[in-house]
Design a protein around this ligand. Structure first.
Ligand code: SAM
Length: 178
C-alpha cells in the first residue's frame, strides 16, 4: 500500500517539476507562452510576402502554429525553435497529425544557441528586451533581404519597412531596416 502511495507521490512531484520547468524556463530565457491568433499568423506571413520557396524560422515557436501554417498554406519550409519541452512534444505531434513532417522541423533548444542562417523569413512574438538581445544574432547570421516579422514588439533603432499598427505587426528587412 505504502509503495503505491510513494509511487503516486513521486509521479505527482515529477509532473509538478516538468510543468514548473516549462513555465519558468521560458520566462528566464526570453518570453512567456502566449499563442498568436490565426488571424495574426496570416497577417504576419502575408506581410512577409511568403512564397513556396521560403524557409520560415519561428523563434520561440510555442505550439508550432506559425511554421505549420507557413507549410500548410504556402508550401514553405518551416523550422520552429522552442525551449519548453511540453510545447515541443505538442508541436511535433501536431506536425505529424498534419502530415507536415517533410516540411516542418521543430527543434528543442534556446533560440540564442541555434543556427538560423538559412532562414529567408524569421517570425517573432517574444518581448522587447528579447528582441533587443537578438539583434546581434540576427545581424550576424541572416542574409541581406531576409524578412523579420515581429508581433507586438519592435526593435529599437531598426526602421520597419512596413507596419500594421492596428494589428501590431512589424516587418523588417535585413540590410534595409538595419
Ligand atoms: C509569446 S510565445 C509565442 C509562440 C508562437 N511563436 C506563437 O506566435 O504562437 C513565446 C514562446 O517563446 C518561447 N521562448 C522564450 N524564450 C525562448 C528561448 N530563449 N528559446 C526558445 N524558445 C523561447 C516560449 O517558451 C514561448 O513558447
Amino acid at each position: 500500500m505504502s509503495v503505491g502511495i510513494d509511487l503516486v507521490l513521486s509521479i505527482i512531484v515529477i509532473l509538478i517539476v516538468i510543468v514548473a520547468v516549462s513555465i519558468i524556463w521560458p520566462l528566464l530565457l526570453g518570453a512567456a507562452w502566449s499563442p498568436t491568433s490565426v488571424r495574426i499568423v496570416d497577417r504576419m506571413l502575408e506581410m512577409a510576402e511568403i512564397v513556396s520557396g521560403d524557409i520560415v524560422y519561428d523563434l520561440g515557436s510555442g505550439d508550432g502554429r506559425i511554421v505549420v501554417e507557413a507549410a500548410r498554406k504556402y508550401q514553405a519550409k518551416g523550422v520552429g525553435i522552442e525551449v519548453d519541452p511540453l510545447r515541443v512534444i505538442w508541436s511535433i505531434i501536431n506536425v505529424y497529425i498534419m502530415r507536415l513532417n517533410g516540411s516542418v522541423r521543430i527543434l528543442w533548444g534556446n533560440i540564442f544557441h541555434q543556427d538560423i542562417s538559412d532562414a529567408t523569413i524569421v517570425t517573432l512574438f517574444l518581448w522587447q528586451r528579447t528582441n533587443q538581445k537578438l539583434k546581434k544574432k540576427l545581424l550576424s547570421e541572416l542574409k541581406p533581404g531576409t524578412r523579420v516579422v515581429s508581433y507586438i514588439w519592435t526593435f529599437d533603432d531598426w526602421i520597419p519597412v512596413s507596419a500594421d499598427e492596428y494589428n501590431r505587426v512589424y516587418l523588417y528587412i535585413i540590410g534595409e531596416s538595419t
